[in-house]
Ligand binder design. Structure first.
Ligand code: UDP
Length: 244
């Protein structure tokens, strides 16, 4: 394993990938070629000596709120969304293992035939052995999202940062697609994000990170090589942290 410097002091990170990035250029589902390229970036990060936890969303397959909007029971729809995150986790595990990266999936909804349950101490051992741990099914409860799952796992696994790899390259003052004057923040305080309701993660996830002093790094994972750049302290991103 080669060791190149990453963001100063970072030993263990949690990488949250929204489900929609797994779609690649498709309109729905899993683009296996794109997942393979994401896996290569994850491997490169792991090969720098970082311990890596992953949380993957499910929006490329099913979102509870859309099911509820069509008349489904909300909790039932949310459980379907959680199952979608398990499918994505298995797809990423497969892509990582193809590259020779030992990976374990731990699901908040027990599914013994396909993955482990979430057991913090066991996850700790996996990380120590250089395995990537993918936490699936969010927090395992409806009315939450995988962002909250990511914040929760980042806190319990004592990660140094939560990296949110998504389709936009940071946090903006307004929706850049609608407002030409929208500007991207380089860094921003948790409380400003919450007070101004900026679209980073849901409020519960931001508050959990704030209360546990976990910086959130928002960046575009669609751009090849960006994960490595962001980890090296370069690259376009926004860091949500405590104001000094
Ligand atoms: N979900 C849930 N509880 C959780 C995590 C996820 O109910 O702890 C459900 C919820 O319906 C959500 C769906 O799973 O819409 C997919 O997750 P999310 O929307 O967070 O995925 P992303 O937007 O990151 O792709």
């Amino acid at each position: 394993m080669t060791h190149t410097p990453t963001l100063p002091g970072f030993r263990r990170i949690l990488l949250k990938l929204s489900g929609e990035v797994l779609m690649g250029n498709q309109a729905y589902g899993i683009d296996t070629d794109f997942v393979a390229s994401l896996a290569a970036e994850v491997k490169a990060a792991r090969d720098t000596g970082l311990e890596l936890c992953l949380v993957i969303g499910g929006g490329n397959i099913f979102r509870g709120i859309s099911g509820a909007a069509k008349g489904m029971d909300r909790a039932q729809a949310d459980y379907m969304g959680m199952l979608a995150t398990i499918m994505n986790a298995l797809a990423m595990q497969s892509a990582l293992e193809k590259l020779g990266v030992d990976t374990r999936v731990q699901s908040a909804i027990q599914m013994d035939a396909v993955c482990e349950p979430v057991i913090r101490r066991r996850a700790e051992r996996h990380l120590q052995k250089g395995r990537v741990v993918i936490f699936a099914a969010g927090v395992g409860a409806p009315y939450f999202t995988t962002d909250s799952g990511a914040a929760l796992r980042a806190a319990e696994m004592q990660c140094d940062a939560l990296l949110k790899g998504t389709s936009v390259d940071g946090v903006y003052s307004a929706d850049p697609k609608k407002d030409p004057n929208a500007r991207r923040f380089d860094t921003i305080d948790y409380d400003t994000v919450l007070a101004e309701n900026l679209q980073v993660m849901d409020a519960s996830a931001v508050a959990l990170c704030r209360d546990n002093s976990i910086p959130i790094v928002v960046f575009s994972i669609r751009e090849p090589g960006n994960l490595a750049k962001v980890l090296a302290g370069d690259g376009i991103r926004t860091i949500v942290k405590k104001e000094h």
